[in-house]
Design a protein around this ligand. Structure first.
Ligand SMILES: Nc1ncnc2c1ncn2[C@@H]1O[C@H](COP(=O)(O)OP(=O)(O)O)[C@@H](O)[C@H]1O
Ligand SMILES: [Mg+2]
Length: 435
């Protein structure tokens, strides 16, 4: 009794405490002066006396008194079919049990945080948001839709502003991973000495300035979801080598940590540079490219799908149907080095400049586009003569009208001088907005 690891208390058939051991005192705080006293009067909540009546054992009853937690087994003492007493055996809620509870709490917390991460990283775009009427684009969309539900890596190629991220988001949205995070990594914006820390995270105290509890990288945050490596061609060669290893092993190692952590991540990458050229220059790893480009989506620039320009413009301007034909013609002829992004910006600006009921004209475009418009006008072969004739006509009309009066007779005189009818003069004045 003295050396047992369990606490023991024994009562006789009258409910009087016969003995307790030191462990019982340690666990419950009850002192040995209870011996010889009635248990129920000493501890009014005691359950053991019930055993004398019922004759039934109870196992694993949780008790909490005076801030002490323990688990009690109770059993009657039976001699020749007669209940002669009862014994209570208690164990302190041991460390393991307490830790199990703590672990459960933490698990719950992790689950909540993961849900928050997923909510934070919901995608905004789906395939419905890709506006196009171009056969090549439609083919790309159909490939993207078909491969979205697999775990195949996808490489999206195309100039800046062609909609690479739009595709990546739509792919994630359609995939079976859509409830999990979509994590974009702008490979060109993160300094190369930081990128490993961003991607893989670090253990506690891995380097001066590291987080005390360590930090999860983007790979761990994207677990179960999609990691979008945007502008992947800008990664340094040694980061490429490390990424290649991760993609092959399906596991990452935080900086300063020995153990690997398994991650389940689908990779979608984008590039606006020619990877083969980068490989030829020794700036990109061949084997890494082959890890990324199982599926390749080449998004054509806007100038190679001119019909999409008025198509997208009309959709963006949906509420504003009144657009000058001259504007539409110019937008369609323009080169769009910034592709759809630039087109959207120009249209947003124009909509802001024009009053609500006003038709959108060249003057509503950003200054730089107006300059382009004037340049374009001088360079085309169709318009210059007609434009020059108009300019000359306007100058002559203006100067002649300026040096004469404004009565009908004066106007008739001007018409005679120019060899045109009065009606034609009025028409031309209206056309050039001369008063
Ligand atoms: N086909 C399209 N239809 C509608 N919006 C588009 C289309 N392509 C691109 N955009 C829009 O243009 C902008 C740039 O697209 P983004 O996907 O970021 O291009 P990239 O990643 O290729 O630079 C975004 O606002 C996007 O919504
Ligand atoms: Mg982009």
């Amino acid at each position: 009794m003295e050396s047992m690891n369990d606490g023991v208390l024994v009562i006789d058939r009258a409910g009087v405490v016969k003995t307790i051991n030191p462990e019982y005192s340690r666990i419950t705080g009850v002192t040995p002066d209870i011996i010889g006293k009635s248990l129920i009067s000493y501890r009014p909540g005691a359950k053991l006396p019930e055993t004398l009546v019922s004759g039934e054992s109870q196992v694993g009853v949780y008790r909490k008194t005076h801030n002490r937690e323990y688990v009690v087994d109770m059993a009657p003492v039976i001699v020749e079919d007669e209940i002669v007493g009862a014994v209570s055996v208690c164990k302190s809620l041991n460390e393991v049990q307490l830790l199990t509870r703590e672990l459960e709490k933490q698990r719950q917390r992790v689950k909540e945080l993961q849900e928050q991460i997923s909510a934070f990283h919901k995608v905004r775009y789906t395939f419905e948001d890709i506006i196009t009427n171009d056969p090549k684009m439609k083919e790309r969309i159909s490939i993207a839709k078909k491969t979205a539900t697999t775990d195949l890596p996808i490489l999206i190629k195309g100039e800046s502003g062609t909609g690479k991220e739009l595709f990546a988001q739509a792919i994630h949205h359609t995939s079976l991973r859509s409830a999990k995070p979509f994590i974009p990594v702008n490979c060109s914006a993160i300094p190369s000495e930081m990128i490993e820390n961003e991607l893989f995270g670090h253990s506690e105290g891995a380097f001066p300035g590291a987080f005390e509890e360590g930090k999860a990288g983007l790979f761990e945050m994207a677990d179960g979801g999609t990691l979008f490596l945007d502008e992947v061609s800008d990664l340094s060669l040694d980061v490429q080598a490390k990424l290649l290893r991760v993609l092959q092993e399906g596991a990452i190692r935080r900086i300063g940590e020995a153990a690997e952590r398994r991650v389940d991540v689908r990779i979608v990458a984008s590039t606006n540079r020619d990877l083969h050229q980068r490989i030829a220059k020794g700036l990109f790893r061949n084997d890494f490219m082959y890890r990324l480009n199982t599926v390749v989506l080449q998004i054509p620039p806007l100038r190679d799908r001119k019909a999409d320009i008025p198509f997208i413009a009309k959709s963006v301007l949906s509420a504003r149907e009144d657009v000058d034909q001259e504007v539409m013609t110019f937008l369609t002829k323009y080169d769009w080095p910034g592709n759809v992004r630039e087109l959207r910006n120009v249209l947003d600006f124009a909509m802001c400049m024009a009053d609500e009921d006003e038709r959108i004209i060249i003057r509503h475009l950003p200054e730089i586009m107006q300059k382009q418009y004037r340049l374009y006008d001088e360079e085309t072969e169709v318009f210059p003569l007609y434009k020059a004739v108009e300019a000359a006509e306007r100058t002559i009309l203006e100067s002649t009208l300026q040096s004469s009066g404004t009565t009908v007779e004066d106007r008739q005189e001007v018409a005679n001088k120019l060899g045109i009818s009065l009606a034609t003069l009025y028409n031309k004045m209206k056309k050039y907005k001369i008063r």
